[in-house]
Design a protein around this ligand. Structure first.
Ligand SMILES: Cc1cc2nc3c(=O)[nH]c(=O)nc-3n(C[C@H](O)[C@H](O)[C@H](O)COP(=O)(O)O)c2cc1C
Length: 478
């Protein structure tokens, strides 16, 4: 099979220290400038000009679990604190770009779905349909406490919340307005007077009444170019995979090697059939970082140099903190065999265990897991060979992890992209037409009829504005 262009996503976060803890301290690193809009404008315009498909902003709405008994170390090391809201940033980036997809994480615990659905419709309108949403359930207990809970909700309960949250959003995005409802007809005349802004028969309440939410509707935004934003999911537990298979259009992973990624992709794609979808309805995007040299020796030397700026404790706090365990006091070679049943991120732990020889995982493995297991070191040609192998294993795209901003992307663009383009593994920027994110990735602006969101289309016409209207001839007879 001839190579297909890989989906290229930049894995970003509106904070200083996202994945590769400690790298912010390097001389060339500029990620601490995340409060400044020109920093992002310049980066995201560069990504767009070079043919990246997506600028993806991860987010958390609370601290990772305690490290060394508290959260002082998170503050000291800038572990995703301070951080800013990606939704607000994306709104600014929409104004200065016109092709790149703008995706963000938003958790089902952080905003009421009515508010969130309206915010994303607004962004989808303003960006010309370029918004993507990574649906997350949030494993940080502090985040749950930030929104009023006493403790972290159970893993399965969080996924049930996510499914109801999605249902409410789908009803608002897909079911509340018909395609023909918005008229903005200034000259329309009928027996009720002049002007028809929207057709009452095409705008409906949704009357959602579920376990967690009651939402009357209607959606206050009219249908945006994509209606439902392009949907990402990143859970890799059993339940997370089902939710991805049922709902996601792309799934993010950080599998530590190709075999695990391939098995994950094949499994989630197979599961789509249970939900009446096709395996090709779901793209699989793997997180990878790159250390690039003009020779392999040079690349290895750069990787070694990078390792000197990696902060093991920040990485341990990040990984263990998302599993909900404080391992900050333990010696660095302590095995972690007793972490089976955490309510935190379960898929991740399983991946770490598979990576380690004999399934024996130590704290040090945990520390280096994020920084090294997804790292590709080599010449541009070796990296292209590696990406070809990832694609052959069933990966549709790469979520490029950075060590430094903007350096990691500038180097990838300058050295790796030309080789990928020459091999047909990346698009030429001039081949990327403006349009919606879903349109550029799937050819269709709207979700297919097989997606669960589509079941809500035209499903609420009994609750339309027109259905509440008193016939004109009866109006004055009371
Ligand atoms: C590439 C990638 C990106 C992720 N981004 C976020 C994020 O921005 N915010 C967040 O809270 N969780 C994020 N996660 C975590 C997942 O959404 C999920 O909560 C976690 O993997 C636990 O789910 P599981 O138990 O189903 O594996 C990300 C995971 C991956 C692999």
């Amino acid at each position: 099979m001839p190579p297909k262009p890989l989906i290229l996503s930049a894995f970003l976060m509106n904070t200083t220290s996202h994945i590769i803890g400690g790298a912010w301290r390097r001389d060339e690193a500029q990620q601490h400038r995340f409060n400044q809009l020109p920093h992002w404008v310049s980066l995201v315009k560069t990504l767009e000009n070079e043919g990246f498909d997506i600028a993806f902003f991860a987010d958390v709405v609370g601290l990772y679990g305690d490290h060394e008994g508290g959260w002082a170390s998170h503050v000291r090391k800038g572990l995703q604190i301070p951080s800013n809201d990606p939704l607000v940033l994306i709104s600014a980036l929409a104004a200065v770009t016109d092709r790149i997809g703008l995706a963000l994480t938003s958790s089902v615990v952080q905003a009421h779905p009515f508010t969130f659905a309206r915010q994303l419709s607004t962004l989808d309108h303003l960006s010309g349909g370029r918004v993507g949403w990574n649906v997350v359930t949030t494993a940080q207990e502090n985040a749950h406490r930030n929104y009023g809970a006493d403790e972290l909700a159970r893993h399965s309960e969080r996924y049930s919340w996510a499914e109801e949250y999605l249902e409410v959003c789908y009803k608002l995005w897909e079911g509340s307005w018909s395609d023909q409802a918005l008229r903005v007809d200034k000259t329309h005349e009928d027996e009720r007077g002049g002007g028809l802004h929207a057709d009452p028969a095409g705008v409906s309440k949704i009357h959602h009444d579920g376990d967690r939410y009651r939402v009357e509707g209607p959606h206050l935004s009219s249908p945006s170019p994509q209606r439902t934003p392009y949907l990402f999911q990143a859970g890799s537990s059993d339940r997370g995979r089902d939710v991805a298979a049922a709902h996601a259009e792309a799934t993010f992973s950080m599998a530590p090697n190709r075999e695990i990624a391939a098995a994950h992709a094949a499994d989630v794609k197979e599961r789509t059939k249970k939900f009446g979808r096709r395996p090709e309805d779901l793209a699989f995007i793997q997180g990878l970082s790159f250390v690039i040299g003009s020779t392999e020796t040079e690349a290895r030397a750069k990787a070694e140099d990078l390792d000197t700026s990696i902060d093991d404790h920040a990485l341990i706090a990040h990984t263990a903190g998302s599993l909900g365990v404080d391992v900050g006091y333990l010696p660095i070679d302590t095995p972690l065999e007793d972490l089976e049943h955490t309510e935190g991120a379960q898929g991740h732990l399983a991946e770490i265990k598979k990576m380690a020889p004999n399934g024996k995982v130590t704290l040090r493995d945990l520390a280096r897991f994020r920084a090294q297991s997804t790292r590709v070191v080599g010449t541009p040609e070796q990296i292209a060979d590696e990406l070809e192998a990832w694609q052959a294993a069933g990966i549709d795209g790469v979520n490029v992890i950075n060590s430094t901003l903007p350096g990691s992307y500038v180097e990838f663009i300058d050295h790796v992209l030309p080789v990928l383009r020459a091999r047909g593994l990346a698009r030429h920027p001039q081949d990327a037409a403006p349009g919606t994110l879903r349109g550029s990735l799937t050819g269709e602006d709207r979700l297919p009829a097989s997606h669960p969101a589509a079941t809500h289309r035209d499903a609420f016409t009994q609750y339309s504005a027109a259905a509440t209207e008193t016939p004109k001839e009866l109006l004055h007879s009371h």
